[in-house]
Design a protein around this ligand. Sequence first.
Ligand SMILES: Cc1cc2nc3c(=O)[nH]c(=O)nc-3n(C[C@H](O)[C@H](O)[C@H](O)COP(=O)(O)OP(=O)(O)OC[C@H]3O[C@@H](n4cnc5c(N)ncnc54)[C@H](O)[C@@H]3O)c2cc1C
Ligand code: SF4
Ligand code: SF4
Length: 416
Amino acid sequence: MDQGPSKGLHDVSLMSHDRRLQGRPRLCSDCGLCDSFLRPQMAETCLFVRNRADEIEQRLHGRLRNPGDEMRFGIYREQTIARMRRPVADAQWSGMITTLASRLLERGEVEAVILTGTNPGTRFQPVPVLARTTMEVRACVGNKPSFSPNLGLLDQVREAGIRRLAVVGTSCQVQMLRQAQAQLGLEHLDLIGIPCSDNVTHEDQQFFLATISRSPATVVHYEFMQDFSLWLRHEDGHIERVNYIDFPMDQLQGIFPSACLSCFDYPNALSDITIGYMGAPLGWQWVLARTARGVELLDLLRPDLEVRPVSAAGDRTRGMPRYIQMLAKRPAKPPKLIRQLIAFLQRHRGPRGLEFARAIIEMKLLRNYTHVREKFPQLEARIVPYHVYQSIAPYTQEYAAVFGRAPGERAIADQV
Ligand SMILES: Cc1cc2nc3c(=O)[nH]c(=O)nc-3n(C[C@H](O)[C@H](O)[C@H](O)COP(=O)(O)OP(=O)(O)OC[C@H]3O[C@@H](n4cnc5c(N)ncnc54)[C@H](O)[C@@H]3O)c2cc1C
Ligand code: SF4
Ligand code: SF4
């Protein structure tokens, strides 16, 4: 097993030293676009060259986000908490995405769907898949929690003459597609988004499992749950739980690529429909239908869904000053007794439902904003979108006290 993260603990770089990725900018999430005929358009398309969330929102919705939850979650027409009445076997949650993608093919609404399958002979290694049948969609069920350069399949889409396409993708893939849409030669494109944060390379995903689990070779499914712990299901069905506070971050910090630490779209705000879980109670999924087409996609699923009201509990803002202080320190594990107390408080008094989603989105915005400001200050004006400043504005005082200047305020060195 690897001795550490593939790019080293403190390297501010792409993601790994994989030769395929040579020549890419230091900020790259291997979305796949540069493996396709669109590579020459990288500078006008890549969100790590310029984040165009505001322009895309204007085009899609005719407006920018309203104050409140839209700042954190993105613009949406309908929000629902739901799950499949009959869950799909082996799905990551209840299989809403697999069902929706299959239905689009069955009804002839699209000719193909881009998804992420599993490399044969491995358990979690992703492989981009252009599915033409529901069987092929079904085979892509479940998360493969590392980078999958799915947009590389755009060449195959073009060669096969496909005009009506759906894509299941991470937030960066969705933003690249929105930006490149006019060049794709498609008549119809459905974008089904998954919330995404802290993605890693496959080799670092293996390192993560080996570091976290007592038995990494037998893990068949895992998810970062809303109770502040990671649940790992093993071949024999037993669940191993590891509290977030117990993660050895001093060993793990190097696994996260600079791109994901410079990404500000956890909820996949530019999709037609986002299907995740983080705003829902345990066992349920969180769905945001964003565009008029997104509502139609949700309508396709509705007959199969059990729904419950949206709910929220707790107060995320109480823990945020402490979180901002932690951002300024090197990652370290507190003593065991303190960790036990924190895990108890997070589980029983921590934010739940929508408040949990608000909490982790704001935490990632604060962390990633700090990363960009420290490691890529010259890029801040180009890659940090407007909604970040508005979302973290309530913490301006605490942030300025810890980091010496407020979000958005330029460093003295940058002002001369
Ligand atoms: C790397 C990653 C991080 C995520 N983080 C969060 C999170 O923090 N909060 C949250 O609410 N949700 C997150 N999700 C989404 C969530 O875990 C579920 O995938 C989602 O809720 C759909 O569940 P389902 O049962 O409907 O999916 P299923 O029906 O099981 O389908 C899963 C779909 O995910 C796609 N997929 C699998 N791996 C990848 C990949 N590497 N890249 C792109 N697509 C992939 C497949 O194409 C498949 O269609 C994440 C997903 C991934 C892949
Ligand atoms: S993130 Fe995508 S578009 Fe940007 S450099 Fe990497 S592969 Fe190219
Ligand atoms: S965290 Fe952001 S940049 Fe990284 S894979 Fe997910 S959406 Fe892309």
